[in-house]
Design a binder for this molecule. Structure first.
Ligand code: CDP
Ligand code: CDP
Length: 212
């Protein structure tokens, strides 16, 4: 039985963390679509044409570890404005979202463009300052030095590009549940997301995991 959970929101709001936990909770597969744009962005840093890179992309080849830096994130949001790049990535994302057994798909346009018929949609936000602090801490942990001010500036620039582009701009679907994680621990954010999904499952008569 297919059940799609679409999770969108700006950079470092907690989408990935929530998506992995929710997928784990329900036994669903998870796709981080940011990795697709990061992989295309990374190829352009080597001089590859972005549309050719998107068309050649094989998701199984994605090496998440190599794609986490700020330069790749910036390159990703630049290729993400190109309509033909987005078009080349649609079929793979839709097929994943509609797989039987359930899927959690996170990104910027999952509830609005990739899977507007998703059974549950969440829009995860947090203030830019909180998001910059979280991303800064992650970068330090990985030994990638950057000042907090530089990370905040990068997040502002990327938010602006993601929200103002003509093609699939970042915005909540009209029926998305909004979750602001600014003052939430990871456990609280995951609990809020899981509860919102369970409400949708009950409303649609989808069987909840046993014991609930
Ligand atoms: O996927 P997205 O860029 O939206 O964010 P993420 O990678 O899930 O989260 C960014 C960082 O914030 C991670 O290091 C999380 O551990 C941390 N964090 C969080 O996700 N949620 C909180 N409520 C608190 C911290
Ligand atoms: O981890 P973080 O939230 O910082 O970024 P990401 O989810 O890995 O996405 C990197 C960039 O890819 C975003 O800033 C967007 O420009 C683009 N993206 C998109 O346009 N559509 C998606 N569904 C996912 C990512």
């Amino acid at each position: 039985m297919a059940f799609t959970i679409a999770i969108d929101g700006p950079a470092a709001a907690g989408k990935g963390t929530i998506s992995r936990a929710v997928a784990d909770h329900f036994g669903f597969a998870h796709l981080d679509t940011g990795l697709l744009y990061r992989a295309v962005g990374a190829r352009t840093l080597d001089g590859t044409d972005p549309i050719a890179a998107a068309r050649a992309l094989v998701a199984a080849d994605l090496d998440a570890g190599a794609l986490r830096g700020q330069a790749v994130a910036d390159a990703a949001s630049k290729v993400a404005v190109i309509a033909d790049v987005r078009a080349a990535l649609v079929d793979f994302q839709r097929a994943f979202a509609l797989r039987s057994g359930g899927a959690v798909v996170d990104g910027r346009d999952i509830g609005t463009v990739i899977c507007p018929e998703a059974e549950a949609k969440l829009f995860i936000t947090a203030s830019p300052e909180v998001r910059a602090e979280r991303r800064h801490a992650e970068l330090l942990e990985r030994g990638q030095g950057a000042t907090l001010d530089a990370v905040l500036a990068e997040i502002h620039a990327r938010d602006e590009r993601d929200m103002s582009r003509a093609e699939a701009p970042l915005r909540p679907a009209p029926d998305a549940v909004m979750i602001d994680t600014s003052a939430m621990s990871i456990a609280e954010a995951v609990a809020a997301a899981t509860e919102a999904v369970e409400q949708r499952m009950r409303a649609r008569g989808y069987p909840l995991p046993s014991g609930q």
